[in-house]
Ligand binder design. Structure first.
Ligand code: NDP
Length: 287
């Protein structure tokens, strides 16, 4: 079997066109564009690329995108003040504080400070709790993008065995919740899990969100499985790659996402969609 390659770039373009239409309708109705504020502290090169891409994508969809670049020595109190100002600004619908933050800033305190109605990352305890309670509000964009790709693959999730490798609040946990909400039988694996290869071999749906280059080997993949590779890593040659050995896994999987061009572009498309949703919620016009 050779897997269908799930083209996240093309799917994201189609998604972004739909979001742009929604944004245009919002502007017609409310006389203002949805506003997304991206806050970055320090000069991490990867964060620099991500935040600029987010602002650019927002503007391309008609969303007012603002990037706040704060110096690495910004104190936690100063960052909290910036978040409070954005919370209070009625023109702001979405606030995203790019992680990781410099070591002297506690990310939990910052995330806790974000107004949950503007929390377009879906990281605040309230939004995470609502998702876990089966009442999703603003949902983390990477897992949301993964669900879209599973849909694109025509994956039948009802009763399927799904394995999520990774238990971060950003990807693994919300991903597991979304799969559970679609009636998959979900297992979450992490660094202490035993017999990971065997767990993988039982999975109809395999989501890898680890951060280790090509850790999931081809023969770990169940024949006919759908594989979603969230990982963004550099291999020993500096080449961008995922958590899955894509070429080998594609020999067994029914469908697989490439890296790059899979989950990454969908994450940004979903961020825009969630920003529009937050704007609609705040304007009292839920779709
Ligand atoms: P974290 O580092 O927060 O979490 C990694 C998870 O992987 C942890 O739960 C960890 O377990 C688990 N893990 C580590 N080593 C192993 C192992 N040997 N076997 C099994 N599990 C293991 O990362 P994130 O969740 O933030 O991100 C994961 C990957 O996804 C990264 O490569 C990141 O760059 C990428 N990413 C991509 C995005 C995109 O848009 N494409 C967006 C967000 C992330 P434990 O909890 O026990 O430590």
């Amino acid at each position: 079997m050779t897997a269908r390659i799930l083209n996240g770039k093309a799917a994201a373009e189609a998604y972004r066109t739909k979001v742009a239409e929604g944004v245009a309708a919002f502007v017609r109705e409310h006389g203002r564009a949805p506003g997304l504020e991206v806050v970055m502290v320090g000069d991490d090169p990867a964060s620099d690329v991500y935040t600029r891409n987010k602002k650019k994508a927002a503007e391309a969809a008609g969303i007012r995108g603002v990037l706040h670049r704060l110096p690495a020595e910004t104190s936690e109190a100063e960052l909290l003040l910036r978040v409070a100002a954005l919370n209070a600004d009625p023109a702001v619908d979405g606030i995203l504080v790019q992680l990781p933050l410099p070591r002297h800033i506690d990310p939990d305190r910052v995330i806790d400070a974000i107004d949950c109605d503007k929390d377009v990352d879906g990281f605040t305890p309230k939004n995470a709790g609502l998702l876990a309670s089966g009442r999703p509000n603003l949902v983390a964009c990477t897992p949301k993008g993964c669900m879209h790709l599973l849909e694109l693959a025509g994956t039948d999730l009802l009763g399927a065995r799904a394995l999520v490798i990774g238990r971060s609040n950003i990807v693994g946990k919300p991903m597991a919740q979304l799969l559970l909400a679609r009636h998959a039988t979900v297992t979450i694996a992490h660094s202490r899990s035993r017999d990971l290869a065997d767990l993988c071999r039982e999975a109809d749906v395999l989501v890898a969100a680890v951060g280790r280059a090509r850790m999931v080997k081809g023969d770990w993949v169940k024949p006919g499985a759908v594989v979603i590779d969230v990982g963004m890593n550099r291999d020993a040659d500096g080449k961008l790659c995922g958590d899955v050995d894509t070429a080998a896994a594609a020999e067994r999987a029914a469908a697989i996402t490439p890296v790059p061009g899979g989950v990454g572009p969908m994450t940004i498309a979903c961020l825009l969609d969630i920003t529009l949703l937050a704007a609609r919620h705040r304007a009292g016009a839920v779709r």
